[in-house]
Design a protein around this ligand. Structure first.
Ligand SMILES: *[C@@H]1O[C@H](CO)[C@@H](O)[C@H](O)[C@H]1NC(C)=O
Ligand SMILES: *[C@@H]1O[C@H](CO)[C@@H](O)[C@H](O)[C@H]1NC(C)=O
Ligand SMILES: *[C@@H]1O[C@H](CO)[C@@H](O)[C@H](O)[C@H]1NC(C)=O
Ligand SMILES: *[C@@H]1O[C@H](CO)[C@@H](O)[C@H](O)[C@H]1NC(C)=O
Ligand SMILES: *[C@@H]1O[C@H](CO)[C@@H](O)[C@H](O)[C@H]1NC(C)=O
Ligand SMILES: *[C@@H]1O[C@H](CO)[C@@H](O)[C@H](O)[C@H]1NC(C)=O
Ligand SMILES: *[C@@H]1O[C@H](CO)[C@@H](O)[C@H](O)[C@H]1NC(C)=O
Ligand SMILES: *[C@@H]1O[C@H](CO)[C@@H](O)[C@H](O)[C@H]1NC(C)=O
Ligand SMILES: *[C@@H]1O[C@H](CO)[C@@H](O)[C@H](O)[C@H]1NC(C)=O
Ligand SMILES: *[C@@H]1O[C@H](CO)[C@@H](O)[C@H](O)[C@H]1NC(C)=O
Ligand SMILES: *[C@@H]1O[C@H](CO)[C@@H](O)[C@H](O)[C@H]1NC(C)=O
Length: 791
């Protein structure tokens, strides 16, 4: 995607791109001073090769997300490595790894039916699909051309989508556009559905019952489509590949067979040739509450079908969100700037604000959805939001607590008003602790604490979707055994190693909350439980690759309830051995989406004892280097993120910086396949942006690991306190040879610790880093490394 041609396109649309020179100071490069920050956001990054990024139009955290849906691997609707568009739908998730998500009630447009005969038009999803070309994506805007002659453009408000269909190259004598709606969703999960059409106005309404893409239960969704720009010719319903004009309603009840022929069907409106500009507009309201609310959402949010105005409002919302962060981009390549801004953008697509759209309970609290999943987002997304948008982070934390109030547990994963699958620990505990440490505002901490303690103490009947499993073993054996005996709840008895290290860290975070909130005995209890990782650490375990000893000893290993060691090859579940067999499958293994090699580093609460246990700093550094260089690590899964920066704990902050540069841009770049794994609701984007920003947050702690930004300077405005924190590189080297901190000052005073607390962002200030081409002694002393619970 070339911003230059987009600027041309937007000019032609009559949109004014707000020049925001203040957002990106470009130093001496005054030729591009007028660049709009949105020119550095490319929503097409990560839409190919399994990235599953949402490419379409959305507001920050908006419910409506409009895009063209393609046939193929279409988790987020549009994927670049596809050929055909089967519809345009209004709700999506971004970057997710389960089944395709949402994509309900797609519209499809035919410029006309062959011989003007309804029976010769195509109706069902795969029959009607048309080859696509020239997708254009920009925050708040998406367009695509179809081989059938339709140019489809789309934009959104919070709860409605606006489509502009242009038939530029279809001769107007023949033009009699048909817009059909399909009671279908992307995963083809619909059971019951109804659709109606008003023959006088052409309004299409209806609803359906659907399944979430990575969870249990069902949800109902409603829609309401209005048109402008052409006279209604006739209306009707369709099913299979037939349509007729003498019905106004279609009721589809599920017959138990999940085939397109029983699921596909809907209504349509046919128009005379558009009255102006060969353009027909469709406005689609959506609601989880009712058809009436779907219609009123659209009517209230965009009464005028004002396409350019809606795009502009969306653009301004994005500029406003991104404005908390600014960079001095002198010397930094346009591509790296795009990696940075697009990463932040993707981290602000989800969770979605469904406040007022939750039919499950009445509450004055906000309701956000698509925490999809916290297992992914607790390692970067929420840390980035705490910096760039603390007020939204507060609403999200409040929403999590309200979910606890009404569902009985905090979610680990949640989408489409349903409970999603838990992958490891109860990691919302980490988010709540971190929010307390960082003083996120307006939180009911008493209830928050009650929620995390419930995770730690009370096993739910179905721990696949909330809480933790094996709690009795956790409390009595002090680890999660393989082949556990657990009659207290139902869940997948795999991942004993990865669950143990995550539960231990969750308990550490609860201990932090207990300390701050004054629950002294709980503090002691959970601090004790935070050591449980040690009980699965087998000191004499060795590891070989293809028969050759790696030279490292001591790895996490499974244990039976009787304490006897089991065995899982430490490289198992790494890209080197059976990587694809370690998901939430019934025959899964002892580690989740990663190896014991990887999980053996997951002791963020006590890196000091881990380093000692592994044989001291030098061994630790060579082992961590080996993890990154041996092919054992896949940086496309989120557990990899912290390992990039863990060299700090051994007093070698420069190696963290070096490792971050090794992955960015080689694994995080501007191509459509420019992220290494599923974006997972912006997790990959957040990792790239935080690494480039210089201060990498340790999730669950008041700790940011200091690295030089990839920019000459980065400023972060705290919108809660109004203070600005600036990280400035002296001797900035855009070729990234001089990336090693020689010394540092904070507000003019020497800063020797290789980490800094959130007070820097709350109170503002300047952290000045002097760079050189070689590692230095800065940040290397025992007293310079980040805190560990064992001191
Ligand atoms: C850029 O700025 C320099 C110094 O202020 C000035 O001499 C030059 O004419 C400017 N170039 C453009 C293209 O505006
Ligand atoms: C309209 O233009 C598109 C894109 O150039 C082309 O693929 C399509 O075949 C054209 N449609 C017609 C009906 O000529
Ligand atoms: C969208 O909703 C957010 C709250 O989630 C609100 O702050 C914002 O103003 C709304 N945007 C528009 C354009 O209505
Ligand atoms: C579908 O509708 C039928 C008949 O109205 C009803 O009995 C059934 O419970 C509905 N199924 C779902 C999944 O909503
Ligand atoms: C869907 O709409 C029909 C017709 O208006 C209504 O009878 C039905 O209750 C609705 N279903 C749901 C799940 O809201
Ligand atoms: C619908 O119209 C067709 C002809 O177009 C006619 O044969 C049929 O009887 C009509 N059905 C109803 C229910 O009116
Ligand atoms: C047609 O295009 C012109 C010029 O772009 C614009 O002023 C006018 O509002 C458009 N008409 C409609 C009905 O969209
Ligand atoms: C935390 O926030 C509260 C109110 O939002 C404020 O009174 C208090 O001073 C803050 N604490 C710190 C350490 O900033
Ligand atoms: C412990 O349990 C395992 C698995 O059930 C078994 O193979 C092993 O023999 C037991 N060890 C002892 C000492 O009983
Ligand atoms: C961009 O990132 C992808 C995904 O990580 C990677 O496969 C590709 O090699 C990278 N491209 C470049 C040019 O570095
Ligand atoms: C920081 O390090 C640089 C390079 O070693 C040196 O020139 C400078 O004097 C140092 N500044 C301070 C305050 O120590």
């Amino acid at each position: 995607m070339a911003p230059a041609s987009l600027a041309g396109l937007f000019g032609a649309l009559g949109l004014t791109a707000l020049a925001s020179a203040s957002v990106t100071k470009r130093g001496l490069d005054n030729s591009s001073k007028d660049h709009d920050i949105l020119d550095f956001v490319d929503p097409l990054i990560g839409t190919s090769n399994g990235g599953h990024s949402f490419a379409g139009a959305t507001l920050p955290f908006g419910m409506a997300k409009a895009v063209a849906d393609t046939l193929g691997e279409n988790q987020a609707g549009f994927a670049y490595d596809t050929q055909y568009v089967s519809g345009f739908s209004h709700m999506h998730d971004s970057g997710t790894g389960g089944s395709p998500s949402l994509g309900n009630f797609p519209l499809f447009v035919h410029p006309s039916c062959p011989s003007d005969d309804l029976d010769q038009c195509t109706w069902q999803q795969s029959a009607r699909a048309s080859a696509w070309s020239s997708p254009q994506a920009r925050p708040g805007y998406f367009s695509i051309s179809l081989a059938n002659g339709v140019l489809a453009e789309m934009t959104v408000t919070n709860r409605s989508a606006l489509y502009r269909f242009t038939f530029g190259n279809v001769t107007s004598e023949k033009l009699s556009p048909i817009v059909l709606v399909d009671l279908m969703d992307l995963p083809q999960s619909r059971t019951n559905g109804t659709a109606s059409v008003d023959p006088s106005t052409g309004r299409l309404t209806g609803n359906g019952t659907f399944s979430p893409s990575f969870g249990i239960g069902t949800y109902d969704l409603h829609f309401c489509v209005d048109f402008r720009g052409a006279q209604v010719r006739d209306t009707g319903v369709w099913q299979n590949n037939r349509a007729g004009t003498n019905q106004t309603d279609l009721v589809l009840t599920y017959d138990g067979s999940n085939s397109a022929s029983t699921l596909s069907g809907g209504t349509f409106t046919r128009f005379n040739a558009p009255t102006a500009n060969d353009t027909l507009m469709a406005r689609v309201g959506v609601s989880f509450i009712s058809v009436n609310q779907a219609c009123s959402n659209a009517e209230n949010e965009q009464p005028e079908f004002d396409f350019p105005g809606t795009v502009q409002t969306a653009e301004n919302a994005w500029r406003d969100k991104l404005s908390a962060i600014s960079v001095d981009a002198e010397g930094t390549s346009d591509d790296l700037q795009k990696v940075f801004w697009s990463g932040i953008y993707r981290a602000m697509i989800s969770p979605q604000d469904y406040t007022g759209e939750n039919p499950l309970w009445q509450s004055d609290e906000p309701y956000y959805d698509s925490y999809y999943c916290i297992w992914d987002s607790y390692r970067g997304v929420h840390q980035l939001l705490t910096l760039a948008d603390p007020l939204s982070e507060s609403l999200m934390i409040r929403s999590l607590i309200d979910i606890y109030r009404h569902e009985g547990y905090l979610p680990d994963c949640r989408m489409s008003l349903c409970k999603g699958y838990t992958q490891g620990g109860s990691n919302a505990d980490v988010l709540l602790a971190e929010a307390l440490l960082k003083n996120v505002s307006d939180i009911d901490w008493a209830t928050a604490y009650e929620a995390v303690v419930k995770d730690a103490e009370v096993e739910p009947s179905n721990w696949n979707v909330e809480g933790r499993g094996g709690l009795e073993s956790w409390k009595t054996l002090n680890f999660i055994p393989t082949d556990d005996y657990d009659p207290y709840g139902v869940g997948l008895h795999t991942r004993s190693i990865s669950r143990t290290v995550e539960y231990a860290y969750d308990d550490y975070c609860i201990a932090e909350m207990a300390r701050i909130l004054g629950h002294e005995s709980d503090n002691e209890k959970y601090t004790q439980r935070a050591k449980n990782w040690q009980n699965m650490f087998r000191d004499d375990q060795q590891s070989t690759i293809s028969g050759v000893d790696t030279g490292f000893t001591g790895f996490l290993q499974p244990r039976y309830p009787n304490g006897t060691w089991g065995y899982q090859d430490p490289i198992f579940c790494s890209p080197l051995l059976n990587f694809d067999s370690c998901y939430l499958n019934a025959n899964g293994h002892e580690t989740y989406e990663g190896s014991a090699w990887l999980y053996s580093f997951y002791v963020p609460q006590d890196m000091a004892s881990l380093i000692t246990r592994l044989g001291g700093r030098e061994t630790f550094v060579s082992r961590l280097t080996y993890l990154h260089n041996s092919g054992l690590l896949y940086v496309g899964d989120e557990q990899a993120f912290l390992t990039v920066h863990q060299f700090h704990y051994a007093g070698r902050p420069g190696l963290s910086t070096k490792q971050a540069h090794a992955y960015i841009p080689s694994q995080f770049n501007t191509s459509v396949s420019g992220i290494p794994g599923n974006d997972d609701g912006g997790a990959m984007g957040a990792f790239a942006a935080l690494s480039m920003m210089g201060l990498f947050p340790v999730h669950g702690q008041d700790v940011y690991l200091i690295n030089p930004p990839f920019f000459k300077e980065v400023s972060i405005l705290n919108k809660a306190t109004g203070k600005t924190a600036i990280v400035r590189n002296t001797n900035f080297d855009p070729t990234y040879q001089s990336i090693y901190i020689q010394n540092a000052t904070r507000d003019g005073h020497p800063w020797t610790k290789n980490w800094i607390g959130h007070d820097f962002f709350r109170e503002g200030g300047v952290l000045e880093l002097v760079l050189g081409p070689e590692e230095s002694a800065w940040g290397a002393r025992e007293e310079d490394v980040p805190p560990s619970m064992s001191g």
